[in-house]
Write a protein that binds this ligand. Sequence first.
Ligand code: V47
Length: 386
Amino acid sequence: MTVAEHSIRAKVDAGRRLSAEDGQWLYASADLHTLGQLANQVRERRHGRSAYYNINRHINYTNYCVLRCKFCSFFRPWQKEAADGYELTVPQIADQAAEACSRGATEVHIVGGLHPRLPFSYYTDMCREIRRRCPRMCIKAFTAIEIIHFTRIAKPRMSIRDVLVALREAGLDALPGGGAEIFDPRVHDEAFKNKVGEAEWFEVHRTAHELGIFTNATMLYGHVETPAERIAHLIKLREHQDESLRSRPANFNCLVPLPFVPEGSALSHLPGPTGLTNLRTLAVCRLMADNIPHLKAFWIMQGIKLSQVSLNWGVDDLDGTVVHYDITKRDGASTHQEITVDTLHRLIREAGCTPIERDTLYRRVLRTPDAWTTGDPVDPGCGTGS
Ligand code: V47
């Protein structure tokens, strides 16, 4: 065992924090199985052999976007009125949510492009209508980038706080983690130049946490960034979480590392991360982001087979049934990307874990044949605050 490995192992055993240098060593030098064993140790300390999933529905309300992020294949420019550009109406979105509700979903996850014309009332109406038709469904919606967009399109302009308060009054429960990409000015300029940066992303999540709204955090990796830049990103999230845990009524529930899917993007010449980079990154995330309770392998982007393997490399959550997803499409065509609860159970059990259905705020979901209720937090001491 090298000196570096010995020192990192001692820190993990003692539940002590890893440094940026430790993180870089883990990326560059750790044997994959050592890395998995260390990450699994942290995962088991928090979650035992439980593996979480939810019954959810992802809804992408428009692909029109004023931005042109190079990594994104989802956006369509409004000016060109692309043949495959779309925007859903509020009744169409509420119909999708109601259909999900009737199939037992506990969450809708709603995100879309930054549409140049839709008014702020479209977003509050969307939440209000879903809340009216599906009173118990958790509405997890709008990345930090969309929230900043709303502050600008509202007439008169609104603060981040006022936008979040208005959305919460309309029914919003939680924010997803998207839009964080990689917090680094060089990477920002190279891959998503005109998007709001790190300061605004954190301001939205800080404000949400101050208001008691739980959020997630993402890291989009495997494009133009270096491993050192990924580690720096994770440390910034960890520092933010320290502050939220110390002084705010809400915090990050879950970290979601997103592997770059090159197909159809302006960076399609890049190969995208390999399976081993994905596994390594998930394990490093578990070890570095020591204060974020859950680590999610979003199976749509990680692939279901690697997501299953990752349950022994630090991951404790697989997201959910999803049903439709438009932001990345592996086969380049269909948005229908669905997994059944039976399949999730089979994959989780085969990985040696116990499947546990959770809601957005990581409370246990208890089901009878035709109803569900929420029970205790799956992980007492973190998460819902309830
Ligand atoms: O913000 C865009 C990323 C995000 C690509 O919070 C891409 O539980 C890979 O944030 N390759 C949206 N990634 C998805 C997201 C998410 C997904 C699942 C769960 C949660 C959660 C959040 O997807 C965007 C962007 O960072 N993205 N294009 C691409 N080509």
